[in-house]
Write a protein that binds this ligand. Structure first.
Ligand code: ATP
Length: 267
């Protein structure tokens, strides 16, 4: 992964994201195509939001989809973690906000991703609030400079949208709210399929069936990733335990039995 605050085009592709088709459609229209075919948008005079807020439970793909958007658009990606920005020395976090937007402009097209953005935007008037308030004001100034922000798209992510300062959610700021839910059973299958792309999955293993199994109910994408990893680990151990006993058999793959064992271990 990239160092915090530095820009690069991420390697995450749409295929690495399971489910979330609606979000993908929105971002395709509002960001990816706009970066790829700016003339079309100008020709038809289409003006779209440049600020987005992804909200929902942890581990469901907010970071992942933001990276995939940048990859698909061929745009740079700057990853900012809200709490880290806040923990800079007093006064320095305002400078940091200015620096970040400046950097985003110089490497546009660029996706500026604010993870845990709620940390920056706790309701005003709380203890230690003035540090947050000054930071927040600086952030609003930068967000409102939209005409200078050409080619810079801002995506925020939060598990707690309700604690965010309302001023931030206005159009032109983090204006478009997009919910990232826990995956449905079918989406669990799609996530496992996406996660399995780079794994040695047995040809007879039905990942869609595993995903829709009641054992995966209420799993987040991050839980499914942990499951996939545990299944791979179980398969690896099977291979290592039986080495020297069987030779020249078909290559070892991850099978249903490995998922069964992994599920037992995880739950
Ligand atoms: P948080 O709110 O905790 O920051 P998040 O919503 O940003 O979480 P991600 O960081 O995108 O979650 O997801 C964590 C990991 O879980 C990913 O790196 C990936 O392995 C897996 N994952 C989550 N959602 C998906 C998904 N829809 N498709 C594929 N993998 C997923």
């Amino acid at each position: 992964s990239t160092r915090e605050g530095f820009s690069a085009i991420p390697s995450v592709k749409w295929e690495d994201v399971g489910g979330l088709q609606l979000l993908r459609d929105v971002f395709d229209r509002d960001i990816v195509r706009r970066i790829k075919y700016p003339e079309d948008y100008e020709e038809f005079g289409v003006d779209l939001e440049t600020g987005f807020l992804l909200y929902g439970p942890p581990g469901c793909g907010k970071t992942l989809i933001a990276k995939a958007v940048a990859n698909e658009a061929g745009a740079n990606f700057i990853h900012i973690k809200g709490p880290e920005l806040l923990n800079k020395y007093v006064g320095e976090s305002e400078l940091a906000v200015r620096t970040i937007f400046g950097r985003a402009r110089t490497c546009s097209p660029c996706i500026l991703f604010f993870d845990e953005v709620d940390a920056l935007t706790t309701r005003r008037g709380q203890e230690g609030g003035w540090v947050v308030e000054r930071l927040l004001n600086q952030l609003l100034i930068e967000l409102d400079g939209a005409d200078q922000r050409k080619g810079v798209y801002v995506i925020g992510a939060t598990n707690r949208p309700e604690v965010m300062d309302r001023a931030l959610l206005r159009p032109g700021r983090f204006g478009k709210l997009l919910y990232v839910p826990l995956p449905s059973p079918n989406e669990c299958g799609l996530i496992l399929t996406a996660l399995g792309r780079k794994k040695r999955i047995d040809a007879n293993l039905d990942l869609m069936a595993i995903g829709s199994d009641s054992a995966c109910k209420n799993f987040s994408g991050a839980d499914l990733s942990a499951l996939m990893n545990e299944a791979a680990m179980t398969a690896l151990q099977d291979k290592q335990n039986s080495q020297n006993k069987i030779s020249n058999v078909a290559p070892w793959t991850i099978k249903e039995i490995h998922f069964k064992k992994a599920l037992e271990k995880i739950s």
